[in-house]
Design a protein around this ligand. Structure first.
Ligand SMILES: *Cc1c(COP(=O)(O)O)cnc(C)c1O
Length: 420
């Protein structure tokens, strides 16, 4: 055991990690492109973009250079009463890319806070308008919107939230739409609709719930119904944003556009922590009033941190390059080919699916649940072979950085085939 890992074992409590009989962690000393290097200079292809955030690879010189210059210029400033160039430019550029009727950007500092802000913004929207009975939220079963209390409340009641069920607020949970259940979903919503403030959903794919994909046209039908009931629609694009699903935002696959969109993870190219809650003018106008009690009293110390905004601007620059778009396209095509190949050659897996740069399937070993130990086994074996995977229970998936080379992606496929 290296001295760094030994020191870690005495002082650190890692996220999502059982603490008894702790397994040794791996100390990473450098990241370059898709590769992470440990203390012995062994490299690992980061096939899940370091928890779904890294878009252009680690240690990107263009982003690093911009960060260095911004750090010398202005590294942080309070964002109430002050503003700065990176925050304004980022808001302008995001609004150009978001649906036409989007008008305002509210900054926070991670994915959970971006959904917390969306939930609070929606509930207070109705409070400001004098419809205080509209305070309930609808969410999907199997959803994940973050780990803070509001975000947990609107997330699936699962092993992640078990200890807190008695203290989470009440939510109307519905299944993702199918041809069979959509009529029933509408009836359920209609019964309570004048008490409902908002509907929060992960468009097209439920990330932490196991990369579960569902039908976009049925989602459109549901959104259409929900908007007619005057319920605010919140698209949580924290994972799906920035081309993960093949389009800049997953909402671009839909006819019906949401009223609020949450962004984080890939927003800064995965370099810095930043959250965005974007909203339409309709939402914003409920806060433009002489009544000071109707102010949105929400903010974080590092709201709109200039370094984080700078990283996001640099990432947008890169995403606008043709070469990056063609890399994304090539990942999409090659994932499809690999998915076909897997479905023809492997019998111990099921539900092979792709959407954009995402590929996922379940291994049929053990139960379909997060605590399935097969996850640890796959992670360990893949690490030995130089690839970093982190299955969600028995759901194996890849979510690569867009700079992944052809041979690196082939290696990821080969390692998956070998282990499975
Ligand atoms: C990861 C994630 C979050 C939470 O983001 P954090 O930055 O980890 O707090 C929220 N919603 C979705 C869809 C996510 O995938």
């Amino acid at each position: 055991m290296s001295s760094l890992v030994q020191r870690d074992s005495k002082v650190i409590w890692h996220p999502f990690t059982p603490q008894k009989n702790r397994k040794d962690v791996t100390a990473i000393v450098q990241g370059k492109g898709t590769l992470l290097f440990d203390e012995n200079n062994k490299s690992y292809i980061d096939a899940i973009s370091s928890w779904w955030v890294t878009l252009h690879g680690h240690g990107h010189p263009y982003i690093a250079e911009k960060l260095y210059r911004q750090a010398l210029q202005l590294e942080q400033v309070i964002f109430a009463g002050f503003t700065h160039q990176p925050a304004v430019e980022l808001a302008e550029r995001l609004l150009k890319k978001l649906p036409d009727h989007f008008a305002r950007i509210f900054y926070s500092d991670n994915g959970s806070t971006s959904t917390e802000v969306a939930i609070k913004m929606s509930i207070q929207y109705w409070w400001n308008k004098g419809e205080k009975q509209r305070k309930k939220i609808i969410a999907f079963n199997n959803s994940y919107h973050g780990d803070t209390f509001g975000a947990m409340s609107v997330s699936d009641r699962s092993v992640f939230t078990l200890a807190f069920h008695d203290v989470l607020f009440d939510v109307l949970f519905i299944d993702t739409p199918t041809k069979e259940n959509i009529g029933h979903l509408k009836e359920t919503i209609q019964k309570e609709s004048n008490t409902i403030a908002a509907f929060i959903f992960e468009p097209l794919v439920q990330g932490a719930g196991g990369l579960k994909m569902y039908d976009g046209s049925l989602l459109d039908e549901l959104l259409n119904f929900i908007q007619k009931e005057n319920i605010i629609c919140i698209a949580d694009e924290v994972m799906t944003g920035f081309y993960r699903t093949g389009k800049l935002f997953a909402s671009e696959y839909l006819q019906i556009q949401p009223d609020i969109i949450c962004l984080s993870k890939g927003l800064t190219g995965g370099t810095m922590a930043l959250g965005v809650t974007a909203c339409t003018d309709k939402i914003y106008q409920a806060y433009v009033t002489d009544d000071k009690l109707k102010t949105f009293f929400h903010g974080h110390s590092f709201t709109a941190n200039p370094l984080a905004c700078t990283a996001a601007l640099a990432s947008l620059d890169l995403l606008e390059q043709d070469s990056v778009i063609s890399n994304i396209q090539s990942i999409i095509e090659r994932n499809k080919t690999f998915a076909d190949h897997l479905s023809q050659t492997k019998e111990n897996i099921k539900n092979i699916r792709t959407l954009g740069t995402l590929l996922a399937f379940e291994v049929t070993e053990g139960k379909d649940e997060y605590l399935n130990n097969i996850s640890n086994i796959i992670t360990e074996q893949a690490l030995q072979l130089g690839v970093y995977l982190r299955p969600l229970g028995n759901t194996v998936y890849i979510m690569p950085p867009y700079c992944i080379t052809e041979s690196e992606l082939n290696k990821v496929y080969e390692v998956i085939e070998k282990i499975i």
